[in-house]
Ligand binder design. Structure first.
Ligand SMILES: NC(=O)c1ccc[n+]([C@@H]2O[C@H](COP(=O)([O-])OP(=O)(O)OC[C@H]3O[C@@H](n4cnc5c(N)ncnc54)[C@H](OP(=O)(O)O)[C@@H]3O)[C@@H](O)[C@H]2O)c1
Length: 261
């Protein structure tokens, strides 16, 4: 039985590397899609490419009025069964140079606010929420203080909401990719990953894992080895991960301040 056929999925960040692949795979599963992103052109191109019924709603999700507009749009179009909070940004820089408010707004506040807004609708539809976190939501990494803080926050929010709703018909899931080949990663981050020997996954494969989790009862999904081991190690023996990352600090700092160019 195809659990997604005929379901309506609201996907944020649909114009991005992972989002576009998720949209394609959900459409192939027969899901009805409501796609958001800021780029109208990219949303239209994706809509034209997809077979199943697809609606688009271009908006900046950090704007409260636009969030309300999105809710009304979904209400006018039969509601949603699944909310995927995938939109996000990253910043690779040392602490003094980071724009924390921008990161917190789109990576943490927006998914929290969309969960609040869509909860009544999801209750009616016995739906599910999937929040896209990161391996950096469990491992604090130099150069990513803001990004890590938002993804740690999103993981905590997701776990708390999942437990709060455990007696209901709504499932709340957390999906944590590791580094993936999309434009969220600057050329410095790509080069740093190469130097550190960090594998980068294809968005197509990551989307396959996300769709698999949506169809399963898995509440948490962490992608990739050795990242999955590091996530556990960091939880139990953080001093070991401190030492590992300290040995890479000079290299990370060089890339973060752009001294390798
Ligand atoms: N790629 C990785 O290495 C990686 C690893 C772990 C986790 N993740 C997570 O996976 C998710 C998707 O990332 P990605 O790699 O696909 O990134 P991406 O290609 O840069 O896509 C980001 C998406 O977020 C949307 N977005 C950003 N700011 C927005 C705003 N203010 N309002 C509405 N939409 C906004 C973008 O829309 P527009 O372009 O139309 O503005 C785009 O669709 C993110 O949550 C990210 O943190 C990624």
């Amino acid at each position: 039985m195809n659990l997604l056929a005929g379901k309506t999925v609201l996907l944020t960040g649909a114009t991005g590397g992972i989002g576009a692949e998720v949209a394609k795979q959900l459409s192939a599963e027969g899901a009805r899609l409501i796609l958001t992103g800021r780029s109208v052109e990219k949303l239209r191109a994706l809509q034209n490419h997809l077979a199943a019924e697809t609606l688009i709603y271009p908006c900046d999700l950090t704007d409260a009025t636009e969030q309300q507009g999105l809710l009304q749009f979904c209400q006018q179009h039969r509601g949603i069964d699944v909310l995927i909070n995938n939109a996000g940004i990253s910043q690779f820089d040392l602490c003094p140079k980071q724009n924390y408010s921008e990161l917190v707004s789109i990576n943490l506040l927006v998914p929290m606010q969309l969960c609040q807004l869509f909860l009544p609708m999801l209750r009616q539809h016995k739906g599910q929420i999937l929040n896209v976190g990161s391996a950096f939501g469990s491992i604090g990494h130099p150069g990513f203080t803001g990004y890590c803080a938002t993804k740690f926050g999103l993981r905590g929010f997701t776990e708390a909401l999942q437990r709060e709703l455990s007696g209901s018909d709504i499932q709340v899931k957390y999906f944590a990719p590791r580094a993936t080949e999309t434009s969220i990663n600057s050329s410095e981050v790509v080069q740093l990953n190469q130097q550190l020997g960090n594998h980068m996954d294809s968005p197509d494969w990551v989307a396959q894992q996300l769709v698999r989790q949506l169809k399963s009862n898995d509440l948490r999904c962490f992608l990739g080895w050795p990242e999955r081991i590091f996530v556990r190690l960091n939880g139990v023996f953080p001093a070991l991960v401190d030492m590992g990352l300290k040995s890479k600090l000079t290299l990370i700092e060089l890339f973060a301040v752009g001294k390798t160019r």
